[in-house]
Design a protein around this ligand. Structure first.
Ligand code: B12
Length: 211
């Protein structure tokens, strides 16, 4: 099983073949779990491109999501075992209001677990109110928000401003990620930090947590 084949299986939406393929890649081929993750993510990028070019439709996006979730079930333990345990720190994870993409956020959550964080995952399509409530309830020091849609980027600013209003902004670090974001718009929305992928995200978050 090579990395190119894994990418192809995602693009071809082979949800019945993907788990055996990931098993083979990690088992007999001893591929690095992070390289496997990158290969799968490249497949998702290609699916996104085909959707943009109207070669794929919503059905294919849904199937791609299912394929990635199945692959990740097999990949997750391998990714986790590469982590080294640190000090538990509280972190809130959420995909912002209006956005139902959660695969990337869930990958970040799994990697953070392996770094010893205490995760409070609010799921997807989470309004600012629910996030503020959770910050108050947990006293978490880090808030990680995900968004893949251009139209929901603005939600980050809404959360940032609510945190200011509630006198919570200086008690929490806000890191954001997802395909709709980059360093510049993340900063414009009031975030303290941005990372392009989940592995980078963990590094940044460990730094923000003083680990
Ligand atoms: C799968 C998918 C779906 C699935 C999502 C399933 C699920 N449970 O997540 C479904 C079918 C639901 C879906 C729906 C829609 N989608 Co969609 N979808 C995708 C697709 C193909 C892959 C996303 C994905 O899972 N990638 C794999 C993961 C691993 O990558 P990731 O999410 O980017 O996460 C990585 C990093 O970004 C980062 N990261 C993510 N979050 C965070 C957070 C932090 C804090 C950090 C540090 C890092 C980080 O780490 C992750 C791992 O490394 C993308 C195309 C793409 N290339 O992104 C389109 C895409 C995001 N979708 C798109 C669109 C338009 C839609 C719909 C509006 C379609 C429609 N007409 O209904 C709806 C919106 C529904 C809604 N309200 O949210 C567009 C968005 C365009 C835009 N710029 O706004 C894209 C880009 C496709 C395209 N090229 O047009 N989609």
């Amino acid at each position: 099983m090579d990395l190119k084949k894994l990418t192809e299986l995602v693009v071809e939406l082979e949800e019945d073949l993907i788990q055996d393929a990931v098993r083979e890649a990690l088992g007999q081929d001893k591929l690095d779990p992070f390289e496997v993750l990158n290969a799968l993510t490249s497949g998702m990028d290609e699916v996104g491109r085909l959707y943009e070019e109207k070669e794929y439709y919503l059905t294919e996006l849904v199937l791609a999501g299912e394929t990635m979730k199945k692959a990740f079930k097999i990949l997750q333990p391998a990714l986790i075992s590469t982590g080294n345990l640190g000090h538990p720190k509280k972190i809130i994870l959420a995909t912002v209001k209006g956005d139902n993409h959660d695969i990337g956020k869930n990958i970040l959550g799994s990697l953070l677990l392996s770094s010893g964080f205490e995760i409070h995952d609010l799921g997807m399509d989470v309004p600012a109110d629910a996030i503020i409530e959770k910050v108050k309830e947990t006293g978490a020091g880090i808030l990680a928000l995900s968004t893949l849609l251009t139209v929901t980027v603005e939600q980050i600013k809404i959360v940032h401003e609510r945190l200011i209003k509630e006198n919570l902004r200086d008690k929490i670090k806000l890191i954001v990620g997802g395909a709709a974001l980059n360093k510049d718009n993340a900063r414009e929305m009031g975030a303290d930090d941005f990372a392009t992928d989940a592995a980078e995200g963990v590094k940044h978050i460990r730094k923000l947590a003083g680990m």
